[in-house]
Design a protein around this ligand. Structure first.
Ligand SMILES: NC(=O)C1=CN([C@@H]2O[C@H](COP(=O)(O)OP(=O)(O)OC[C@H]3O[C@@H](n4cnc5c(N)ncnc54)[C@H](O)[C@@H]3O)[C@@H](O)[C@H]2O)C=CC1
Ligand SMILES: N[C@@H](CC=O)C(=O)O
Ligand code: NA
Length: 435
């Protein structure tokens, strides 16, 4: 047990999350002292500009633009990094660890791009590196994967891990709005950034998928290993087509253990998918997040709550801070990275998925057989076929059984090249039902 009388904390960044971390640290100072065992003292807040407007009243003298100097202070025990992005966040975290501080971060982009460098530095320095806030904000999901489920075998993690895209898709479903209209509303309400690319194109969710897959399957998975498609091409017709099937479109982060030639592989992907309205993830509305975990012994678990926003994210940061502070006082460390399994990553083309394909066709003899043959040519089995309309308005809606994604993509290519197919109007993967 350490004989420290006070734990000194530096917060780097005072934006949406940082300002709420600072507020909670000061407002809940007495409770934090009781929970940790010694006073937790905020000794500095590193910012880019001293005169920027902030959502929190800071005690005098705490702000500094000398962020590197703050991290280098010998008396700082714990550094909270909530600047975001790759640099200078990476250098600051590495320098904090090197100086003997423990680190709490919410930086999913950095963890997904270069997590191993950070974990190795934490290991070398014998310090904690915690990051619960990086995935699904306030929802406790990384700790359950790392600790509560450490005795089980997780086989699948299926999540709605981006609030902005869930809000947009929910709007498109509930009001029939198009993508641009729904995005505009998300921006007006402050969910989406002025530049919403990271959210809308799935980069944010892919970073979170990499972190989830690494922890769930005890392997190193980076953002580059995650197949990614965003929602900017999802049309009102896709959403309506899902509704006709009793389904809803969601941007899903899917991490699975899949059989490979030399044992189980990790498959990690982010893309829009249709899921049945009866699936627990279908009821996740607006900007909420949820993560559905399947494991061998526990079965199915669902974690739900606010996945974004300053205060919810700060809640997760403070939870880590208390744990890391307690560890530090006890002279111990929590479990770091667990990458012993070292599983290979399965290429997307080999990953088994299911497709929903809506096709405008001429309603004449032989059309159905020709469409079915296109699927058969790629060894893809059809689960259901529905015909809507007649004559020039005929539409076939085909849902496949599971097949390698490359075979399904090739089937769609072939359909697009066929004379009897006027247009392939909707192509989307299907999740959450029988394979
Ligand atoms: N906002 C959210 O809902 C969530 C955010 N996160 C993560 O939390 C982190 C922070 O996000 P936000 O607070 O939303 O971002 P933000 O953009 O509101 O805040 C970042 C702050 O860092 C400051 N900053 C930038 N460079 C700096 C530097 N060199 N030195 C000192 N300060 C600097 C910026 O001026 C800004 O005030 C990011 O890693 C983000 O991915 C994680 C979960 C949810
Ligand atoms: N931009 C993210 C914020 C949290 O990570 C989201 O919309 O979910
Ligand atoms: Na979380």
């Amino acid at each position: 047990m350490s004989d420290k009388r006070t734990l000194k904390v530096a917060v780097l960044g005072c934006g949406a999350v940082g300002s709420q971390v600072v507020r909670l640290l000061t407002e809940q100072s007495d409770d934090l002292t009781a929970r940790v065992g010694v006073p937790v003292e905020l000794v500095g807040v590193g910012v880019r500009r001293l005169d920027a407007p902030r959502d929190v009243d800071l005690p005098d003298g705490l702000l500094t633009t000398d962020v590197a100097g703050l991290v280098a202070r010998a008396d700082v025990d714990l550094v909270v990094e909530v600047i975001g992005g790759i640099e200078p966040a990476r250098t600051l975290i590495l320098s904090a660890l090197d100086n003997g501080a423990s680190v709490v971060t919410a930086n999913k982009a950095l963890l997904a791009e270069d997590g191993p460098t950070l974990f190795e530095a934490a290991e070398k320095a014998e310090r904690d590196l915690y990051y619960e806030a990086a995935v699904a904000g306030a929802i406790p999901i990384l700790r359950p994967l790392r600790e509560s489920l450490a005795g089980d075998k997780v086989t699948r993690v299926l999540g709605i891990v981006n609030g902005t895209t869930n809000f947009i898709l929910d709007k498109m479903d509930s009001s029939g709005a198009g993508f641009s209209e729904a995005l505009e509303e998300a921006q007006e309400l402050g969910y989406a950034e002025a530049d919403p690319t990271a959210d809308v194109e799935g980069f944010d969710a892919a970073a979170k998928a990499a972190i989830l897959a690494s922890l769930a399957f005890h392997s190193r998975v980076t953002a580059a290993d995650v197949y990614r498609e965003g929602i900017s091409d999802v049309t009102a017709a896709d959403v309506a087509s899902a509704r006709d099937m009793g389904s809803v479109v969601k941007l899903l982060a899917i991490c699975e253990l899949r059989p490979g030639p030399n044992g189980d592989q990790v498959a990690a992907r982010v893309h829009p998918a249709m899921i049945p309205r009866t699936h627990p993830l279908a009821s996740v509305r607006e900007a909420f997040n949820a993560v559905f975990v399947e494991s061998e012994a526990a079965g199915q678990l669902m974690f739900y709550g606010p996945g974004a926003g300053g205060a919810p994210t700060a809640s997760a940061v403070l939870g880590d801070l208390v744990t890391v502070a307690r560890n530090r006082l006890a002279g111990t460390r929590g479990m770091g990275e667990s990458a012993y399994a070292d599983r290979a990553v399965q290429p997307m083309g080999e990953t088994r998925t299911r497709y929903h394909v809506a096709i405008d066709v001429d309603d004449r003899a032989g059309v159905l057989a020709a469409v079915a043959n296109a699927f058969a040519d790629h060894d893809v089995s059809i689960q259901t076929v529905r015909q809507e309309g007649r004559g020039a308005d005929a539409q076939l809606v085909v849902v496949s059984h599971a097949a390698p994604d490359a075979a399904l993509a090739a089937t769609v290519e072939q359909l697009r090249s066929m004379d009897i197919v006027r247009e392939v109007t909707s192509v989307m993967r299907v999740e959450g039902g029988d394979e």
